[in-house]
Ligand binder design. Structure first.
Ligand SMILES: [Zn+2]
Length: 170
């Protein structure tokens, strides 16, 4: 169940997404990392800004928090994100020991261009993980968050390498 705090922190993540949209080289996905009700870090997708395909908003805030705390362990932290985390970010949450993921818009709410995999989603990665203590909650302010993104039926130019056809090696 989403709490009042969840709504408040998701709102902050949406503010970050809007900052990302306004920033050259940024993109409209926002994330906030919270521990014991306190915002530890907030950020947005900086992929084009940093020429870094791994600079998704979730990775940005985890990297910053880990550097600040001089650790690779973010146990006890909740990660809020305006969009359902991709496989890479979900795995990074597992590696970092994040305790809870809360996201806004889900895969079905937005265009497929935002995701890398045809079928696997965040929940599959978590269910298949060795850890069984990572909580996940989706759909918090989903409607508001999904307004940040292209709609499922919209035609979007797929410039992202994840969507380019690949040639089989055989
Ligand atoms: Zn991601």
């Amino acid at each position: 169940m989403a709490t009042d705090d969840d709504l408040r922190f998701m709102q902050l993540a949406m503010d970050e997404a809007l900052k990302g949209k306004r920033t050259s080289g940024g993109a409209e996905v926002g994330a906030v990392l919270v521990r014991d009700g306190v915002v530890m870090c907030a950020g947005f997708n900086e992929g084009d800004l940093r020429h870094d395909p791994t600079a998704h908003s979730e990775m940005v805030v985890m990297r910053r928090a880990c550097a600040e705390l001089q650790t690779t362990n973010l146990e006890g932290h909740t990660l809020y994100c305006t969009l359902q985390p991709c496989g890479m970010c979900t795995m990074a949450c597992l590696w970092a020991g994040i305790s809870r993921i809360v996201y806004g818009a889900g895969r079905g709410d937005v265009n497929a261009v935002y995701f890398e995999s045809r079928h696997n989603d965040t929940v599959d990665f978590i269910h298949d993980a060795f850890r069984n203590d990572l909580e996940i909650e989706g759909g918090v302010l989903a409607e508001e968050c999904s307004r940040l993104y292209a709609k499922p039926e919209e035609h979007v130019e797929k410039k992202d390498p994840a969507h380019r056809p690949t040639k089989p090696a055989w």
